[in-house]
Design a protein around this ligand. Structure first.
Ligand SMILES: [Mn+2]
Length: 324
C-alpha cells in the first residue's frame, strides 16, 4: 500500500474547473476527499457553464495547477477525468493524449464522479465515507438519467434531486465551493436544509407549474418533439416532456442562459423510457455540426442568436426524425 501511494505526487494546491452540474460538484467533492487525505487541497473553484468559449479555454491561465473534471480535455490540466466521448476539442489533443494515474477518460462510466472514486480507491487504497458513497450513487443516476420513470425524474422528494435542481436553477460560485467542501462532512439530507437551497427549491416549484402549462401550449409534437423555451424563464423541461409525451423518442429544446456571448443553447436528448430504435450519437452529432458536445444520449450546443439556435434545432429535428 505504501508503495502504491508514492506513485502519485499531488501538488500542494489546485484550481478546480468543473462542469456545472451534479456530476461536476460531486466529482469535486470526491476528488477533494482524496486530495486532502494526501495532504493536498483545492484553493480555487471555477465552474464551466453554458456559453463558455473555446478561445477562453485554450488560453486558460491559473496561479495553481489545474484540475478539470467532467469537462473538455485540457492539455495543461495536471489532473483530468472525464466520461464524455466528445471531450477532445482538438484532434491534436486527442492524438497526443496518454492516460495515466491522473488523466483518465472512460466513456462507459455513468459519471465522472464514479470514475474518480473507483480509480483513487484502488490506486490510493483509501475508501470513501458513507456521505460520499451516496453522492456517487446519485451522480451515476442523475448524470445518465437512470431514473426508474419520468415521474421519478421530476420528483423532488430525495435531497439529491433537490441539489440537482438547485444547480440547474442557480450559479452561486462561492456557495458551490462551500457545498463541495460539505459533501464529505454531511449527509445530503442535512445539506439541503440550508436556507439558500430551500429558497431556490420553493421558487422552482412555482416555475414547475408554469412550465407544465407552457409545454402543453407550445410543444411541436411527434416522435421528435420540439420546444423553444427561450422567451420564458422556465425550468428544464426535458423530463416533464417525457412524462407528458411518453411516446416521443427524442426531444429538442432551446433555452436562453443569461448574457454570455452565446446565450442560446439547443439541448438534445433521447427518451430514456422509450429509446429510439436507430439511436444517434447525440454528442457526436452536435460536436460535428455545431461545435457542441455531450454523450450518446444527450448533448448541447450554444449560439449567439435565437435565429441561429432555431435553424440548428430544425436541422437536428429533421435528422433525428430519420433515426427514430
Ligand atoms: Mn458527467
Amino acid at each position: 500500500m505504501q508503495q502504491k501511494k508514492s506513485k502519485i505526487n499531488f501538488s500542494k494546491n489546485y484550481s478546480y474547473y468543473y462542469h456545472h452540474d451534479f456530476d461536476g460538484i460531486a466529482s469535486g467533492a470526491v476528488l477533494l476527499y482524496f486530495l486532502k487525505s494526501c495532504g493536498s487541497n483545492i484553493k480555487k473553484f471555477k465552474f464551466m457553464g453554458h456559453g463558455f468559449s473555446f478561445e477562453e479555454w485554450k488560453s486558460l491561465k491559473e496561479k495553481y495547477p489545474i484540475i478539470v473534471t467532467d469537462f473538455w480535455y485540457h492539455p495543461r490540466a495536471e489532473i483530468w477525468f472525464d466520461h464524455h466521448k466528445s471531450t477532445f476539442k482538438k484532434k491534436e489533443w486527442e492524438n497526443n493524449f496518454k492516460k495515466d494515474n491522473l488523466h483518465l477518460l472512460d466513456a462507459d462510466s455513468d459519471s465522472t464522479c464514479g470514475l474518480i472514486a473507483k480509480h483513487f480507491e484502488k490506486i490510493l487504497g483509501i475508501k470513501l465515507n458513507k456521505n460520499l458513497k451516496a453522492l456517487v450513487k446519485w451522480a451515476d443516476i442523475i448524470d445518465r438519467a437512470k431514473f426508474k420513470s419520468a415521474s421519478q425524474a421530476v420528483d423532488l422528494n430525495h435531497p439529491a434531486m433537490q441539489i440537482n435542481v438547485f444547480l440547474e436553477e442557480s450559479n452561486f460560485g462561492s456557495f458551490e465551493a462551500f457545498l463541495i467542501n460539505e459533501f464529505a462532512e454531511k449527509s445530503l439530507k442535512q445539506i439541503v436544509r440550508h436556507p439558500k437551497i430551500k429558497k431556490v427549491i420553493r421558487a422552482y416549484k412555482l416555475k414547475f407549474d408554469k412550465t407544465v402549462n407552457f409545454i402543453k401550449e407550445n410543444i411541436v409534437e411527434g416522435k421528435v418533439v420540439f420546444l423553444d423555451t427561450s422567451p420564458k424563464d422556465l425550468i428544464d423541461p426535458r423530463f416533464l416532456i417525457y412524462k407528458l409525451y411518453p411516446s416521443c423518442r427524442y426531444n429538442v429544446f432551446i433555452s436562453k442562459h443569461g448574457h454570455s456571448e452565446r446565450p442560446f443553447a439547443i439541448h438534445v436528448g433521447s427518451n430514456p423510457w422509450n429509446r429510439p430504435l436507430r439511436h444517434v450519437n447525440i454528442g457526436e452529432l452536435l460536436k460535428r455540426d455545431f461545435f457542441g458536445g455531450g454523450h450518446i444520449f444527450a448533448g448541447a450546443a450554444n449560439f449567439k442568436t435565437r435565429n441561429q439556435a432555431i435553424n440548428a434545432a430544425h436541422k437536428v429535428v429533421e435528422y433525428l426524425n430519420k433515426h427514430v
